[in-house]
Design a binder for this molecule. Structure first.
Ligand SMILES: Nc1nc2c(ncn2[C@@H]2O[C@H](COP(=O)(O)OP(=O)(O)OP(=O)(O)O)[C@@H](O)[C@H]2O)c(=O)[nH]1
Length: 553
């Protein structure tokens, strides 16, 4: 049952009767009362700090445990019933004044037969408003608790979401120091809005009955909102160093410290810090809008989304301010909806970022795999080239001595197993020292390359031609007897005797070679010994005058 009619008021404080109770509450001096629609902010305040309100409790309905519920009071209150003080909130001093004690909701017990009784309210306020505020109802006590919980449930849920978000972003701030600048303001904003909403929820009073503590928490959260927003925006425009944004959040931070500090030290009333803050906040909002709007284009979609939620939040705060200062009729402004939208946007952005990071990880992985595959391929090619280097002679491209040793070993084993002939030719260029001395080392190299190429042309593909070192070569011929090989080497000697070697325009004349030939099984039982025998045959060819081939004898 709403108590919205039949209210009267009068300014000032009541004289005290002989029994110590206020005379006005006993119905004395009835002429001083004036009618008022609602017991709040009567006309003609003119700095007055005391006001009295009066109503006649309505009849109707049968009550078991009725209570009078008042949404809020500015600032201290005494309620009188049947001439006696029936309820008190805050401490009235001897001079009738007192200190701000918070803005809780009030539950005043009523006798079941209250109908028709006058009820008086003595109010003290040094705040911008004076009187009762919000809604005033008579209801059953049990019904009131349900009413309060019903109206608090959503806000409680939202405050929990905000505080959880603050905790999560706070944790991420410490885990990811690189993202601290972006995450810290979000954590601060969530913490500030979550604490504010929790503290302003009517149900908080049921949890802990400490109105002033809840008010400090609400003010603490409320006053920090522009600090968090300023930090966030400053971070977005870090490159352009917007000094004004920094000044704004610094100013609000200073206000937070000074206002809460001065109020807790008792220098000022916490209540009075609200309207000052409201004024400051309005100016800051306008300034921020002026700074941000022209630079809106430079923000990305996520930043714009966060900004849009802040704009919604700010509009709700302004609406709440307007209600608080009587510019709009009383209504519960759903400030928590702004916080909820903000939380949703942050969570959505985080999920989106998570997905994007996952995709980036995948792409990075793929790139790494490709890189590894490419590197492996390069390594393989390098190994192959090194292998080639390990068994070839870089100057002539023929096999080197190492390969010759391996091949001779394998060929020997094969020849023994298959009882097939194996012949080795040792070749040495005649008077090579002279060529070097006469035409230079480069000309010598050129001659070596020429002879190697002629060897390759002259012998079969299956024959293994190697450069053993210096001007010495060896040729291993499978399934071949010494006689046939000597025929071949003689042909080669003939060709060489007719070949002129030219280096850089200088003709070096024909270059001759000496050859020593040895065969398995014709000359030896162990093919591995062929090298020594062929070498002996070569030595004898040299001794015999060079430019010839000798078969081991
Ligand atoms: N240009 C060049 N010269 C080499 C290379 N390897 C060895 N020599 C030279 O070949 C010459 C071989 O000389 P010797 O061993 O005295 O034999 P030779 O002059 O051919 O005399 P005979 O074998 O007795 O006919 C030396 O002067 C070596 O420096 C090479 O890769 N390039």
């Amino acid at each position: 049952m709403s108590l919205s009619e039949g209210w009267q008021f009068r300014w000032g404080d009541s004289p005290v009767s002989a029994d110590g109770s206020p005379a006005w509450a006993q119905g004395k001096d009835p002429a001083g009362w004036q009618a008022i629609n609602f017991p709040s902010n009567p006309p003609g305040r003119d700095g007055k700090r005391h006001a009295w309100f009066k109503t006649t409790l309505p009849s109707g309905g049968s009550w078991r445990d009725p209570v009078l519920y008042i949404y809020s009071v500015n600032l201290l209150l005494e309620a009188y019933l049947e001439g006696q003080r029936h309820y008190r909130f805050g401490e009235f001093g001897a001079d009738g004044q007192g200190r701000f004690a918070g803005w809780p909701w009030h539950m005043i017990e009523l006798p079941p037969d209250f109908a028709g009784q006058p009820m008086y309210f003595r109010v003290y306020s040094d705040y911008t408003d004076i009187g009762l505020w919000g809604e005033i109802k008579i209801m059953e006590r049990a019904e009131l608790f349900g009413y309060v919980l019903r109206h608090s449930a959503i806000d409680l849920g939202i405050s929990m979401i905000c505080l959880l978000l603050a905790l999560l972003t706070g944790v991420f701030t410490t885990i990811q120091p690189g993202k601290r600048h972006q995450l810290a303001p979000i954590a601060l904003f969530s913490l500030a809005s979550g604490s504010m909403i929790l503290a302003e929820t009517q149900a908080s009073q049921l949890l802990i009955d400490a109105p002033l503590m809840w008010n400090y928490l609400a003010a603490g959260g409320y006053f920090l909102l522009p600090v968090a927003l300023g930090l966030l925006v400053e971070q977005w425009y870090r490159d352009t160093r917007l000094r004004l944004i920094r000044r704004i959040w610094q100013l609000h931070l200073a206000y937070w410290v000074i206002a809460l500090g001065a109020a807790s030290l008792g220098w000022v009333s916490l209540a009075i810090t609200y309207p000052i803050f409201d004024g400051l906040l309005l100016i800051s909002m306008v300034l921020m809008a002026v700074i941000i709007l022209p630079r809106l284009k430079t923000l990305d979609v996520e930043q714009k989304a966060i900004l849009a939620t802040h704009a919604v939040f700010s509009l709700l705060l302004i609406a709440d301010m307007a209600v608080a200062h009587g510019l709009l009729p009383w209504a519960r402004v759903p400030i928590s909806a702004g916080a909820l939208v903000f939380s949703f946007v942050i969570v959505a952005i985080s999920l989106f970022e998570y997905k994007r990071t996952q995709q980036e990880f995948k792409a990075l992985n793929l790139r790494l795999e490709q890189e590894v595959a490419q590197r492996t391929e390069e390594l393989q090619t390098l190994i192959q080239r090194l292998e080639v280097f390990s068994y070839t002679d870089p100057l002539t491209g023929l096999y080197n001595r190492r390969h010759f040793t391996d091949i001779l070993e394998k060929a020997s084993a094969q020849a023994i197993r298959h009882q097939s002939p194996l012949t080795l030719v040792m070749i040495d260029i005649d008077h090579f020292k002279r060529i070097n001395d006469q035409y230079g080392h480069e000309a010598g190299d050129c001659a070596l390359v020429n002879i190697a190429s002629q060897l390759k042309q002259h012998f079969r593909e299956a024959d293994v031609i190697c450069r053993l070192g210096g001007e010495e070569f060896a040729i291993l011929l499978y399934h071949t007897e010494a006689g046939g090989v000597q025929q071949r080497t003689d042909e080669l000697l003939d060709i060489l005797s007719k070949t002129l070697h030219v280096h850089q325009g200088t003709t070096m004349g024909p270059i001759t070679i000496s050859c020593g030939i040895a065969s398995y099984p014709q000359h030896v039982d162990d093919p591995q010994a062929l090298l020594g025998l062929a070498d002996q045959a070569l030595y004898s060819a040299k001794l015999a005058g060079r430019a010839r081939s000798h078969v081991y004898a």
